[in-house]
Ligand binder design. Structure first.
Ligand code: SIN
Length: 295
């Protein structure tokens, strides 16, 4: 076996070297990569330009592919998200994240703005287990567009004991109303009272189905609500948890190069992205693995 795992000196993440992920993996290499992923939460494969077919084939070696978020929202909430500009030749298992506009239409989501801390698609009952994001075009890091990952195990473990007791067993609503860029999803009405927000009911502390470890599971801040609490108390609790959660010591930053593939465990790692210079092109394709109901 040639695989090398190089953990980053950061809150999470490791780089994998010594394997060509465009080719079918041996069972031994596949198991080693899977173990490294569970141990480090986020893996980077540096500078491996690949096709969508190779990207999907690599992902499939670790489980079943999930559809893009628009499909997941449409399926659970019965709304029409109207993903304008999506190219029909791109398979529905690939999400396109881009600021590129062609024929007057954006070809992907999120534009050039900041994407706030979030877990991918936790507004559906069964969010993806994993996301694998690949860079096809990217601006230099000096123009922005870096992506940050956060270790939700350590965020949970370092909470004060009293806070752990306060949230253990509590359920919150992960609102379906907005993208991680803060843009209202098409098909949902404006929400004045967060206690009535449409979304998935998720445990605030979830136990990883494979590692058995507990992590803080907050989804995204916008329109979130802790079930059973008066709205003011829910807001205060969520602000306290978010204040703790987003400490730099729990994070690792990815400065993109073309051909990078970054694979995170969506069950125990969150991510956010810096805004970037909109005059530069940025194009990412993402696959996801199907998950299980958070518990
Ligand atoms: C995402 O939130 O999945 C996109 C991150 C990025 O564009 O770097």
């Amino acid at each position: 076996m040639t695989i090398e795992v190089h953990p980053f000196a950061a809150g999470c993440g490791a780089e994998i070297r010594g394997v060509d992920i465009r080719k079918k993996l041996s069972a031994e290499d596949r198991d080693a990569i899977r173990k490294a992923w569970l141990d480090n939460l986020v893996l980077r494969f540096r500078g491996v330009p690949m096709s969508d077919d190779e990207h999907m084939a690599f992902t499939r070696q670790f489980g079943e592919l999930e559809y893009n978020p628009a499909r997941l929202i449409e399926k659970q909430y019965g709304v029409e998200t109207g993903q304008s500009g999506r190219k029909t030749e791109i398979p529905p298992e690939i999400s396109v994240i881009s600021n590129i506009v062609e024929n007057g239409k954006p070809i992907g989501g999120l534009g050039d703005g900041e994407a706030f801390w979030h877990t991918d698609s936790s507004f559906v009952d069964v969010p993806p287990a994993a996301s694998l994001l690949r860079s096809l075009e990217c601006p230099p890091p000096t123009s922005g567009g870096s992506t940050y990952f956060l270790n939700c195990y350590t965020a949970y473990e370092t909470l004060p004991e009293a806070t752990k007791q306060r949230i253990d067993g509590k359920i919150m609503v992960h609102a379906a109303t907005h993208s991680s860029g803060g843009i209202a999803h098409k098909g949902f009405e404006h929400v004045d009272d967060v206690s009535k927000v449409p979304g998935a009911r998720q445990p605030m502390v979830r136990t990883h189905p494979e590692t058995g470890k507990k992590s803080l599971f907050l989804g995204r801040r916008i329109n979130a609500y802790v079930l059973g609490l008066p709205v003011e108390e829910s807001e205060e609790l969520l602000d306290e948890l978010w204040g703790h959660m987003v400490q730099e010591r729990f994070t690792w930053r990815q400065d993109w190069q073309v051909g990078d593939l970054v694979w995170w465990d969506n069950r125990c790692a969150m991510h956010r992205r810096d805004a970037f210079d909109g005059s530069k092109r940025r194009l990412m394709h993402r696959t996801q693995l199907k998950g299980t109901r958070p518990m």
